[in-house]
Write a protein that binds this ligand. Structure first.
Ligand SMILES: Nc1ncnc2c1ncn2[C@@H]1O[C@H](COP(=O)(O)OP(=O)(O)OP(=O)(O)O)[C@@H](O)[C@H]1O
Ligand SMILES: [Mg+2]
Length: 461
C-alpha cells in the first residue's frame, strides 16, 4: 500500500490565510487521499523550509494592493521546483491576476469562493500528477489482441502457452488449476480453439452454481417423465458438447454421486439420460477447472482419487497475477484502450503514479480484478488522465455491518469460556478464577453480569 499525501501549502500571514489553512485541514479534496497541509507565514519562510515534494502552494496575498510586492513573491514561489502556485486574493484585481498568470501561476481565485477554491486545488493536484509523468493512449503499443486471447509475455505465461500447445491436439482430459480470475476458462477456450474439436461447440458448465439434482439433469439430460417437471425429452450438456469440448468449471464442488457418474463418463465414454436405459456415447473432449487444491480435497475425503487421476492426465496451472507482474503493463495497455473505446470517455492517458499503484498491488482477484479496476477508473476519471486516486483497489474491503456472517461479540466468547471453565471445576469459583487468571470477586461479577449458571456437578469439557 502506498500512502499518497497531497501537500497543499498555505502561504500568508493574515486572517484569511489562517482561516483557509484551518479549512483545508478539515478538507479532503479527493476521496480516500489525505490532504497534508502546511502553513508558512511568509514567502521566504516557505522557500527556505518547504518539504521537497510536489505540492500546491496557495499564496494568500492579503497585501494585494502592493502589486509589485505580490509579483516578486509569486516569482519566488514559482522558482521552487515541483510547485504549482495558486494566487488567492481577497479581492479580484484584473491587473494583478493577468500578470500573475502570465508568469506561470496556475490560477487566481477569490478567497471567499470556497467551491472554486476546492475545484482549483483539485485541478492543480491533477495537473501536477500529470506533470510527473504519464502515458498517452496513443503511445501505447498498437498490438490489437483478439478479444479472447490469453495475453501475457512473462515466463510463467510462456509455460502456460507451451502446455496448451502440448495438450491441444490430443483428446485427453485436462485439469486447469489456478486462483479465481486468473484465466482458467480462457485457457480452456484456447485449448478448444486449437484442438481437433474446434469446429464443434464449447459447452461450459459451472458445477458450483446449481444444486446437485439440477446439475445432474443439466449434464445428463432426461427422458420425459423422469421426474416431476420433466415434460419432454431433453438432451444434457454432455450431448450438447458432441464433437466439441465440455468444460466443467469448479469441479471440486461436484457432489460425490455426480463424481461417480462423471468417472463413468470418462472411463467408459458412455452415459444414459435420466429415466432412460439407452447407452449413449460420449463424443466430447473434457476439460475441468478448479481453484482448489484437489489433493487436499482428496485427503479430506471430498474428492474421489480415481476421478482426480482420470481428469489429471494433463494439468495446466495458471499462475496468479502477482507471480507475473511483468504482464501487468501489457494487460493494462490492452484493457485500458478497450475500456476507453467501449465507454466513450474522453480519457487521453494514464499517469505514471497510477501505473505504479497498479504495479505495487498484489491483485488477489487476478486479471478479472485488474480489468474491473481499469474499467472503473476510466469511468470515474474526472480529468483527461487517469490519476492514482482513480485506481480504486479492494473496494470489497469496505465492510457492510448489515451483511456477511454474524461475528460473535467479544463478551459472548468470554461468557462461553467462563461457563466452560466453571463446568470444568464443578462450580468451584476460586479454582475457576485462578485458572482464568482473574480475582474471585471479578469472576463473581462476570457471572452475575452474563447470567451464567453455575453447575455444581463436574462436567467433562
Ligand atoms: N491472460 C489474460 N489475457 C486476457 N484476458 C484475461 C487473461 N486472463 C484472464 N482474462 C480475463 O479475465 C477474466 C477472468 O478470467 P476467467 O473467467 O478465465 O478466470 P477463471 O480462472 O475461470 O476465474 P474463476 O475461478 O473465478 O472462474 C475474463 O474476462 C478473461 O477473459
Ligand atoms: Mg471460471
Amino acid at each position: 500500500m502506498i500512502l499518497v499525501v497531497k501537500i497543499v501549502s498555505v502561504v500568508g500571514r493574515g486572517k484569511i490565510a489562517y482561516q483557509l489553512y484551518l479549512h483545508l485541514l478539515k478538507e479532503k479534496p479527493i476521496e480516500d487521499f489525505p490532504l497534508h497541509v502546511e502553513k508558512y507565514e511568509t514567502v521566504d519562510m516557505f522557500v527556505n523550509n518547504h518539504i521537497k515534494a510536489p505540492q500546491v502552494v496557495l499564496y494568500v496575498a492579503e497585501d494585494y494592493r502592493d502589486e509589485q510586492e505580490v509579483i516578486v513573491n509569486v516569482e519566488k514561489l514559482l522558482s521552487v521546483r515541483k510547485t504549482m502556485v495558486i494566487l488567492v486574493s481577497p479581492h479580484y484585481n484584473l491587473n494583478l491576476a493577468t500578470s500573475a498568470i502570465d508568469r506561470g501561476v496556475f490560477d487566481v481565485i477569490n478567497a471567499e469562493d470556497e467551491q472554486t477554491l476546492k475545484s482549483v486545488i483539485n485541478l492543480a493536484l491533477h495537473a501536477q500528477e500529470v506533470k510527473r509523468g504519464y502515458v498517452e493512449i496513443s503511445d501505447l503499443p498498437e498490438e490489437d489482441f483478439p478479444d479472447d486471447m490469453f495475453i501475457g509475455r512473462s515466463e510463467a505465461v510462456m509455460s502456460v502457452y507451451r502446455a496448451v500447445g502440448r495438450v491441444s491436439m490430443s483428446d485427453v482430459p485436462v485439469l486447469i488449476t489456478g486462483d479465481t480470475g486468473s484465466g482458467k476458462e480462457l485457457v480452456a477456450r484456447t485449448i478448444h480453439k486449437r484442438s481437433p474439436f474446434k469446429n464443434g461447440p464449447f459447452v461450459a458448465v459451472n458445477c458450483s452454481a446449481i444444486p446437485e439434482t439440477l446439475l445432474e439433469s443439466e449434464l445428463f439430460g432426461y427422458r420425459r417423465g423422469a421426474f416431476t417437471g420433466a415434460v419432454e425429452d431433453r438432451q444434457g450438456k454432455i450431448e450438447a458438447a458432441a464433437g466439441g469440448t465440455l468444460f466443467l468449471d469448479e469441479i471440486a464442488e461436484l457432489s460425490p454421486k455426480l463424481q461417480v457418474k462423471l468417472l463413468r463418463v470418462i472411463q467408459e465414454k458412455e452415459f444414459e439420460r435420466l429415466g432412460e436405459n439407452v447407452k449413449r456415447k460420449v463424443n466430447a473432449r473434457i476439460l475441468a477447472a478448479t481453484n482448489r487444491n484437489l489433493e487436499d480435497e482428496i485427503s479430506q475425503g471430498n474428492f474421489r482419487e480415481d476421478l482426480y487421476y482420470r481428469l489429471n492426465v494433463a494439468t495446466i496451472h495458471v499462475p496468479p497475477l502477482r507471480e507475473r507482474k511483468d504482464d501487468i503493463p501489457i494487460l493494462l495497455a490492452h484493457f485500458f484502450k478497450k475500456a476507453v473505446r467501449e465507454l466513450h470517455r474522453p480519457v487521453k492517458g494514464i499517469t505514471a503514479r497510477a501505473v505504479e499503484k497498479m504495479l505495487s498491488y498484489h491483485w488477489p482477484g487476478n486479471v478479472r480484478e485488474l480489468i474491473n479496476v481499469i474499467y472503473r477508473a476510466v469511468l470515474i476519471a474526472r480529468g483527461e488522465y487517469i490519476m492514482a486516486e482513480d485506481i480504486i483497489l479492494n473496494p470489497s474491503y469496505k465492510i457492510n455491518l448489515n451483511e456477511g456472517p454474524r461475528i460473535k461479540r467479544l463478551w459472548e466468547l468470554e461468557k462461553e469460556h467462563i461457563q466452560r471453565v466453571l463446568d470444568y471445576t464443578g462450580g468451584n469459583k476460586s479454582l475457576a478464577a485462578r485458572l482464568l487468571g482473574i480475582s474471585r470477586p471479578c469472576l463473581t461479577q462476570k457471572i452475575k453480569r452474563y447470567g451464567i449458571v453455575v453447575n455444581k456437578k463436574r462436567l467433562k469439557v
